[in-house]
Design a protein around this ligand. Structure first.
Ligand code: IMP
Length: 437
């Protein structure tokens, strides 16, 4: 993959998030002028290693770690100002420059309030059995629900109209307090006037970053700047097309880029689908290839598979190509980035799931019914593994033949060339692939 030939590009996960998008985006930002977050909020967690330093980003685009890159958070996201300001402060403490030349946020993005975070936690707590989604507790679902509902939503631009904000928050908070009491039998209450003061103070601190990001993106494109759209979560967590209801509340597929960023889909010249050499998911939901044994534990430890946002151990499974092929239908990747190939070293055999069996029938695509998906039997293809440590490999030709065969198989199943392979967490532990022969 030649980074200089990509044009405006989006990076989208083809699994349930945590595919390693942070690393891919971090490598790409050097070749781009702007890095854009277009969906989700502080539920995302991108881990980027720069030298010996580890940065965990939640709201900010990964381009914030590269001088010269303008970072943009657009209207399709939900912004928790307390989290965002905390993240900005901690980056500044570590010597990263964050000012209006480096960061812009949309005046149209929706705002996460403490009552959203509480509602998230209480709704999960009240859910029984498989009703729990296993959210990140960041208030994402309740905030997007209020956005769709419209009566109770506050956008960034609303924070700059004090009288109106106080009036609106007073009505919203009355509703939320009633909800706490009647639905969740909780006697905790929120104070509209205090929240208004607090959020106007946040708004003051964010003011220099706020703008119309659609206009900004159009101007950047017109000026010949290259724009990178950084996906959060993964296609299988998409609100419309993922393993509903075990999904997030935003659009994590190709279409989400255009609507969330406020650009035309015609703008996207390259779409990089990011996939891990195995599968992981955090939270509840069907996971046909899940490994509940020592193999899963080994992969979790080797791959450092613990949530960036919540610290939860991730669930581990063999690579599910039925799910990934479905994700690819939603994204139409021009290239694949295959991460964590090194993590699978040392297994005599590796397995890939190419179909499911359900009630004697063979399924080649992902069923809509998440409860049915819980019951399918994965059909595995077994491939020979490789023993050597791949972390020092920098050319496709130098990979063991069995690892090459594994990569080619994934590429042909998904129907897109592998352009990048991750063989370790560091920036330079990467193979750029021009040709897979
Ligand atoms: P929410 O986005 O916090 O509402 O969580 C809904 C589901 O999406 C849960 O299963 C979360 O674990 C999952 N999720 C949300 N964000 C991420 C992410 O960045 N990586 C992986 N899973 C995520």
């Amino acid at each position: 993959m030649r980074f200089d030939r990509l044009g405006h590009t989006c990076v989208i996960g083809l699994q349930w998030g945590d595919e390693g998008k942070g690393k891919v985006v971090d490598l790409l930002t050097e070749h781009f002028d702007a890095s854009v977050r277009y969906s989700g909020g502080a539920n995302a967690g991108h881990t980027v290693l720069v030298g010996r330093e580890k940065f965990a980003l939640h709201q900010l685009p990964s381009g914030i770690l590269r001088e010269g890159v303008l970072n943009i958070i657009t209207g399709g996201t939900v912004i928790d100002p307390a989290v965002l300001l905390g993240e900005i402060a901690s980056l500044r403490d570590r010597g990263v420059r964050v000012d209006a030349n480096r960061l812009r946020i949309s005046d149209r993005a929706h705002v996460v309030f403490p009552y959203h975070r509480r509602e998230d936690v209480l709704a999960e707590g009240a859910a029984r059995g498989d009703g729990k989604i296993g959210t990140t507790a960041r208030g994402i679902g309740p905030c997007y629900a209020d956005k769709m509902n419209r009566h109770r939503a506050i956008r960034i631009c609303d924070l700059y109209r004090p009288a109106k904000l106080r009036e609106r928050l007073s009505a919203i908070v009355a509703h939320k307090n009633a909800l706490m009491r009647s639905v969740y039998s909780s006697d905790e209450t929120f104070d509209a006037a205090k929240l208004a003061d607090e959020y106007m103070e946040f708004a003051g601190q964010l003011r220099s970053f706020v703008c119309d990001t659609t206009v900004l993106l159009a101007e950047l494109a017109k000026a010949g700047k290259r724009i990178l759209f950084e996906g959060a979560q993964g296609a299988l967590l998409d609100i419309d097309h993922g393993t509903y209801p075990y999904v997030t509340s935003s659009s994590c597929t190709g279409g989400g880029v255009a609507s969330g960023a406020g650009v035309s889909s015609a703008m996207l010249q390259s779409r990089i689908g990011v996939i891990k050499a195995y599968s992981t998911r955090v939270g509840s939901g069907p996971f046909p290839t899940e490994l509940r044994d020592g193999v899963g534990d080994t992969i979790r430890e080797r791959g450092g598979e613990y949530g960036t946002t919540t610290g939860r151990p991730r669930r581990i499974g063999w690579l599910d190509l039925v799910a990934a092929r479905y994700a690819a239908l939603l994204v139409a990747p021009t290239h694949l980035a295959l991460l964590h190939l090194d993590t699978l070293s040392g297994f005599e055999h590796v397995h890939i799931c190419t179909a499911y069996r359900y009630g004697g029938e063979l399924l080649n695509t992902l069923p809509a019914d998440a409860y049915l998906l819980e019951e399918v039997e994965p059909i595995f293809e077994t491939l020979p593994g490789w023993n050597s440590d791949l972390r020092g490999v920098r050319r496709f030709a130098d990979l063991p033949e069995t690892a090459k065969a594994f990569v080619r198989r994934i590429s042909s199943e998904i129907g897109a060339p592998v352009g990048l392979i991750g063989v370790g967490p560091e920036r330079d532990q990467t193979i750029l692939v021009e040709d897979m022969s």
